[in-house]
Design a protein around this ligand. Structure first.
Ligand code: ATP
Ligand code: MG
Ligand code: MG
Ligand code: MG
Length: 575
């Protein structure tokens, strides 16, 4: 590829609405552009990265015999009514009607569609086990889209579904998937952990999540130094005897609104100071390491938006706040609320349930707290105070299996595998003829990977002040950098510089390497800054001065040191 013919959409300034390092760098490096909240355009530079991740995922799926399909993103509501999820799924499911007044949803996941396919296509136990997968756009109307493509509303997922005559067969495929996921994240060069996950409302017997470790992760995962025990904290908490377990591992603070005064609140909501608005303010105390009570801080701010807050403002809050999802859509409707009920959770998601009781009272109006309804008075609102013990009690505790002590790290959920059992096959009556000639209801597994989220997670894990650093992959062919090598010819009166650069470019291309020739009419400083921002792993500069000595200037993005190398040495570095 020639850079003069390729869209370099790099930005010097950090976009004001990009909230963590990966989203800032992805926008600045020209990989993505925001279209609207939670919706992103993949620019040519970013799409290359996305397709490289897809390739590795696809290879590992095919490697375990999974067959690729492509299902529509638009799904008829009837299937969701059959499984019961049309009602159960909640507001993340985007429902809409077509011109004939038929109900549809935009697929957040595809259990219903694949089960419908299976009941139509699979006849006999002899066809089983079978696994289908797809790599496709999903839509989830996330209440708070944030962190760029990490928590988007439309995003790319690899989702796979397996069908079996019995639990034993399901377990075999589940283990193959577990191993395939492990290989995918290893090939990507990521620092990750597989952890036990809650099987929650779905039931089923086993579930694992795969987390990329990063301080900005939204999940807390606990692992033991004395055994293989690793779980996401929700689960570790459930099995720890100490129910106060509430880790407060530092995480990179993101867009936390600094609201101290009425003026701050009015400014934040973008409304005049005199506006009538119902707010519930929940404050708590940090507990210091020595057990003493620490600084008071804002825990949650709930704005009841059925008054003067219009939807736009509610949305503005949703953009910067972690919403509390304890109220269902029905509850909100019952309380006469539309969209404007949003909570702000500052940085300790785990103990939100404790504040939640007070807040759901507030929302339902069951308990009239001392609410301020005429103008905002921060001091008075602050009377509604919950003192919450947020002491970190999991860290250092013994684990649930009695071996070793637990440590807590932040993780980004990039994959999730699940033994579903017969939940969907039963609801949709998905059976085949069994060995004994009688119909058997199939057992199912489902397996997701956040293909687009992986990119943000990789950047969270590897970057510096100058930009992205793509992880070193065990095999250079698995690198997900948009280009692996950049050749930069310096301006010269002689043709030899350009000719040499062109020849090297052709040679590397012929070797199957992913190389870009930076022939843009830009100053070298601009080119170097762009290449560092985008994270191109290898940079080769061709100049008059060095050519006179038959040398090339070479820089490894991960090391940063300039080296003067012979042609052979350069070739050895990049292949
Ligand atoms: P999360 O806990 O982050 O909301 P999830 O548990 O709802 O994720 P799953 O239903 O397990 O997600 O979906 C499989 C994978 O899809 C997740 O492991 C994650 O990597 C990815 N994913 C889920 N939601 C999003 C999103 N809004 N944006 C990007 N990727 C996502
Ligand atoms: Mg989710
Ligand atoms: Mg999750
Ligand atoms: Mg999940």
């Amino acid at each position: 590829m020639r850079a003069s013919q390729f869209l370099f959409a790099t930005l010097k300034e950090t976009p004001s609405d990009a909230d963590i390092v990966s989203s800032q760098l992805m926008v600045r490096a020209g990989l993505i552009r925001k279209l609207a909240s939670g919706l992103y355009v993949w620019l040519p530079m970013g799409l290359k990265v996305l397709q490289k991740v897809e390739r590795i995922v696809r290879e590992e799926m095919e490697n375990i015999g999974a067959q690729e399909v492509l299902m529509p993103m638009t799904q008829p509501a009837e299937l969701w009514q059959e499984s019961g999820r049309f009602e159960d799924y909640g507001p993340e499911l985007l429902r809409f009607t077509d011109r004939h007044n038929r109900d549809f949803v935009l697929g957040p996941t595809h259990e219903e569609v694949i089960t419908d396919l299976a009941r139509g296509e699979l006849r006999s136990y002899k066809q089983l086990p079978v696994t289908f997968f797809q790599i496709q756009g999903k839509f989830r109307d996330e209440i708070r889209p944030r962190f760029g493509i990490m928590r988007a509303r439309e995003f790319t997922m690899k989702d796979a579904y397996s069908f079996h005559v019995d639990q034993e067969s399901l377990e075999v495929t589940y283990q193959q998937m577990y191993d395939a996921y492990t290989r995918i994240f290893q090939r990507l060069g990521l620092n990750f952990r597989a952890v036990l996950a809650d099987t929650g409302s779905i039931g089923g017997s086993a579930s694992h999540e795969f987390h990329v470790l990063a301080g900005s992760g939204e999940d807390a995962i606990a692992f033991s130094d004395g055994s293989d025990y690793a779980a996401n904290v929700e689960l570790a908490e459930a099995v720890c005897t100490d129910e106060r377990a509430a880790p407060t591992q530092e995480r990179q603070d993101v867009a936390t609104p600094k609201i101290q005064t009425n003026e701050d609140l009015a400014k934040f909501l973008d409304i005049p100071l005199e506006t009538t608005v119902k707010t519930l303010v929940v404050k708590g105390h940090r507990i210091n390491e020595d057990g003493s009570e620490g600084e008071e801080q804002l825990v949650a701010l709930v704005v009841r938006g059925d008054h003067t807050l219009n939807e736009v403002k509610a949305e503005k809050i949703a953009e910067v706040a972690t919403p509390l999802t304890f109220a269902t859509e029905e509850e909100m409707k019952a309380a006469g609320l539309k969209k404007g009920f949003i909570g702000v959770d500052l940085d300790i998601p785990v103990y939100v349930d404790r504040a939640a009781a007070a807040m759901s009272d507030f929302v339902s109006g069951a308990n009239e707290y001392d609410m301020h309804t005429t103008g905002m008075n921060w001091e008075r609102d602050a009377q509604i105070t919950e003192v919450v013990d947020i002491r970190d009690v999991v860290e250092g505790d013994a684990s649930p299996d009695g071996k070793g002590t637990l440590s807590i790290k932040r993780g980004i959920e990039v994959g999730h595998i699940f033994q579903l059992g017969d939940k969907y096959s039963k609801a949709l009556n998905c059976t085949v003829m069994g060995e004994d000639g009688k119909p058997v209801t199939l057992m199912m597994g489902c397996y997701g990977i956040g293909v687009s989220r992986i990119i943000a997670a990789a950047i969270e894990q590897n970057h510096d002040d100058n930009g992205i650093i793509w992880a070193k992959t065990p095999d250079i062919k698995d690198s997900i950098a948009p280009f692996d090598i950049a050749i930069v010819p310096m301006k010269s009166k002689e043709d030899t510089v350009m000719q040499t650069a062109e020849a090297l470019y052709e040679e590397l291309k012929a070797k199957g390497l992913n190389v870009i020739l930076d022939d843009r009419n830009e100053r070298p400083g601009v080119k170097f800054a762009d290449l560092e921002l985008i994270g191109i792993p290898h940079r080769i500069v061709v100049s008059d001065r060095n050519l006179a000595e038959d040398k090339y200037e070479y820089v490894d993005r991960r090391e940063g040191e300039k080296q003067l190398l012979s042609r052979e040495e350069v070739l050895a570095k990049v292949s």
